[in-house]
Design a protein around this ligand. Structure first.
Ligand code: FAD
Length: 414
């Protein structure tokens, strides 16, 4: 806590000196920063740009929705324990910091002219652009999300999966697939398998849960999730890559080390492989070795493919996970760096970020995983310095999970 307060103090002091630098008469017009996407990354960036830059920066948030629905805790909506409305955050409070909300989507970017073309036909110029569009789900042959939900972006998909689960009969089979890493929220799919199995054990006795994982093993908290899977009697099949889906028949075909195998389900939950947000792909910013994610300089999150464009949150390709808590952390580093750059300075040279994922494992117990990342000037990467996880799942962690999420939601949207 002492370290955090010291860091907050340092960030505050840096921000104060930037405000002063930005007010120098040499700065002709108020610089404009446009933030695209109002999720954990974008909303935080917009808020902290205004908190630290005050009237010396104009901040426009381009986001098509009037409110944000959090994927965090949404597995508890799937099991009926929480409502979607309790995870829905209006942008009203965020805008009170002096941010302008352009309720629209960015269609194309003119990187040279620094112009955004919006779906409505409107154009917006920028001095610096922060892209935070989250992730996109890859297409799968035969997959119709109106019949087979992914529920990996929260909203109607979450409700659909919840309705399908509640309509299951005792003894039915739930099949879910886990995408190849990297994907949004590493523990999330394993967490879902556990809370669904818990729900079925309590409400639909004799039902089965089958987990088909494209990865070779459980990629995080393996000991905890393996124990939970054994406890719930979940069938876990690694090295299972989805090749096609029959959405009407509710069947999925996977490749298991060269052998095709088809699984039938009453409820099928396919979570496809993922890429950076579509606007990142369309703008030629997905320049990592896979061609799916955006490489950035972790000091400022400036794209290595285009000047004056920063990428934060799920879309970025650093060693940091694709998760909401760390997206909030990246956004603060980025907001500060953007203000420093606009003031003619350089970004802070030793950024530290933090990740935390709480996973409910039943209706009353949870586990957690947390990591601290520090910039390594030699390799120019964010190195994992400390990683800790819950020793054993508990009801105390379940209650701490609600406090942690409440703090994150407030810091991002309020
Ligand atoms: C079941 C589940 C559990 C999770 N649990 C945790 C957890 O415990 N801890 C944790 O840290 N993370 C967790 N996550 C992950 C977390 O939700 C995501 O990593 C996080 O939402 C990413 O934030 P983001 O801002 O990058 O993207 P998003 O939250 O997806 O926001 C992107 C925004 O950009 C907008 N947008 C996209 N394209 C455009 C465009 N062209 N123009 C304008 N706007 C656009 C979208 O409308 C959207 O509002 C969980 C996820 C799931 C699914």
């Amino acid at each position: 806590m002492i370290n955090l307060n010291r860091r907050q103090f340092l960030l505050g002091s840096l921000a104060a000196s930037i405000s002063l630098a930005l007010t120098k008469p040499a700065v002709a017009a108020t610089p404009r920063v446009v933030v695209v996407g109002g999720g954990f990354a974008g909303a935080t960036a917009a808020k902290y740009l205004k908190l630290w830059g005050a009237n010396n920066v104009e901040v426009i948030l381009v986001e098509p929705n009037a409110s944000y629905i959090s994927p965090i805790l949404s597995n508890l909506v799937v099991t009926g324990q929480m409502s979607l409305s309790s995870l829905t955050f209006s942008y009203t409070q965020l805008l009170s910091y002096g941010i302008t909300h352009e309720q629209d989507s960015v269609k194309t970017i003119d990187k040279t002219g620094k112009i955004l073309y919006l779906e409505s036909g409107k154009q917006l110029t920028y001095d610096r652009l922060i892209l935070a569009p989250g992730m996109e789900l890859e297409a799968i042959t035969g997959l119709d999300n109106n019949l087979v939900p992914h529920a990996w972006k929260a909203g109607p998909q979450t409700t659909l999966l919840q309705e399908q689960l509640s309509a299951m009969n005792a003894g039915d089979t739930f099949v879910m697939t886990i995408p190849k890493a990297p994907y949004r929220c590493p523990p999330g799919p394993y967490e879902r398998a556990c809370v669904v199995a818990d729900y079925l054990a309590r409400n639909k006795p004799g039902s089965k849960v089958i987990v088909l994982d494209a990865n070779a093993n459980i990629i995080v908290e393996e000991t905890t999730f393996s124990a939970q899977f054994a406890n719930y009697g979940i069938t876990y099949v690694p090295n299972s890559t989805v090749t096609s889906v029959d959405s009407t028949a509710k069947s999925v075909t996977v490749d298991q080390n060269g052998t095709p195998k088809t699984y039938m389900a009453k409820v099928l939950n396919v979570i496809p492989n993922q890429t950076a947000g579509q606007i990142i792909l369309d703008s030629g910013l997905a320049n990592d070795s896979s061609g799916k994610w955006a490489m950035v300089n972790p000091l400022s999150y400036e794209s290595t493919a285009a000047a004056n464009i920063h990428v934060i949150g799920d879309s970025q390709a650093t060693s940091q996970p694709k998760a909401g808590h760390i997206a909030n952390s990246e956004a603060k580093v980025c907001a500060l760096a953007v203000l420093q750059l606009l003031a003619g300075g350089q970004p802070y040279s030793q950024p530290v970020t933090n990740s935390a994922c709480y996973s409910p494992l039943s209706s009353t117990t949870a586990t957690w995983l947390s990591g601290v990342y520090r910039y390594n000037a030699t390799t120019q990467t964010m190195d994992l310095q400390v990683v800790k996880s819950a020793p054993t799942p508990s009801t105390q962690y379940f209650s701490e999970m609600r406090d942690w999420a409440g703090n994150l939601f407030a810091d991002t949207f309020k």
